[in-house]
Design a binder for this molecule. Structure first.
Ligand SMILES: NC(=O)c1ccc[n+]([C@@H]2O[C@H](COP(=O)([O-])OP(=O)(O)OC[C@H]3O[C@@H](n4cnc5c(N)ncnc54)[C@H](O)[C@@H]3O)[C@@H](O)[C@H]2O)c1
Length: 275
């Protein structure tokens, strides 16, 4: 029996993954700070606790083959709310994974690790980080942990920079970044099965307006079934203010919050990379 640990199992993504991804021959260990509702069918264990507690993280990883790490504070907050879950929690989890010889970790990173790129540019996984928030920066740190422990300790890492995980897209931004429930489940299954060392892919469906080049995921075998464009007719066109970072940059509202810099200077810095 292969044991798979899912952190953040009570969350929006975790609940769907626990429902759609498990297969026969697997025991899933569901974990969260909050109470977890177990899916109706499948083999599950539940362990609730705080990943910022090192002893809890160590116990959680015992006899585990693979981890799907989704636990986090999943939006912009002050540092004191992000440091425990997103930094200390991830440090503890990877340390425990190394100590327990876990073979692979699938990590739920975010589009906000690269949110300061302009709308209209196709971002590649190899493009530099441009976090748009403290939250995005914590995801960049998590990706660093993934790389460190793949290179140094042989824990394979499958980093998914998730776009917008929703039942259906409801804004123009979502038309670029949406990932459907079933495509997210397929991407996580790929992370559980494929052969790689440390890979980064984008967590988006096959969107016609995608702002990402997801060719690495496709090469590894990702075959998304959904396209946000199917919902485009029901989505209102938004008027773009070229002076507003919320409209011009991919991270949207996260980019506008606390923005005191120069948008023109930022774009000057980014765009020559592609010319
Ligand atoms: N939902 C999206 O569109 C989206 C987009 C980009 C990235 N992500 C990432 O995907 C992951 C899942 O997102 P979500 O939308 O399900 O978020 P969510 O807030 O619904 O779920 C996160 C879960 O993590 C748990 N958690 C938080 N701190 C913890 C701790 N210290 N110890 C144990 N558990 C803890 C929470 O209780 C929560 O149930 C997150 O890492 C998020 O950053 C999500």
């Amino acid at each position: 029996m292969r044991r798979i640990l899912l952190t953040g199992a009570a969350g929006m993504v975790g609940t769907v993954l626990a429902d759609l991804v498990p297969r026969e021959g697997e025991i899933w260990r569901l974990s969260d700070l909050r109470p977890i509702e177990q899916p109706a069918k499948g083999a599950f264990e539940v362990m609730t606790g705080d990943l910022a507690d090192q002893a809890f993280a160590m116990a959680l990883c015992k006899d585990v083959d693979a981890i799907i790490h989704m636990a986090a504070v999943a939006r912009e907050k002050d540092w004191d709310e992000l440091i425990g879950p997103n930094l200390v929690g991830s440090i503890n989890l990877w340390q425990a994974a190394v100590a327990n010889r876990v073979k692979r970790i699938i990590y739920g990173s975010s589009n906000h690790a690269q949110g300061m790129y302009p709308v209209g540019m196709t971002v590649r996984t190899g493009d530099g980080y441009r976090p748009d928030s403290r939250y995005g920066l914590t995801k960049m740190f998590g990706e660093g942990l993934a790389r460190l422990h793949a290179d140094k300790n042989g824990v394979k890492a499958f980093v998914i920079r998730i776009g917008s995980f929703l039942p259906r897209p409801t804004s123009e931004r979502h038309l670029r970044m949406w990932i459907s429930h079933r495509d997210m489940a397929a991407l996580v299954r790929l992370g559980l099965e494929a052969d790689y060392h440390c890979e980064t892919v984008f967590g988006i469906s096959d969107n016609s307006r995608a702002c990402y080049d997801n060719s690495r995921a496709h090469t590894l075998g990702y075959r998304p079934e959904d396209n946000a464009e199917a919902y485009a007719d029901g989505i209102a066109h938004e008027v773009v203010d070229p002076a507003n970072p919320v409209d011009v940059l991919q991270g949207g509202h996260a980019c506008g919050r606390d923005f005191t810099g120069s948008l023109a200077r930022l774009l000057e810095d980014i765009l020559p990379e592609r010319s």
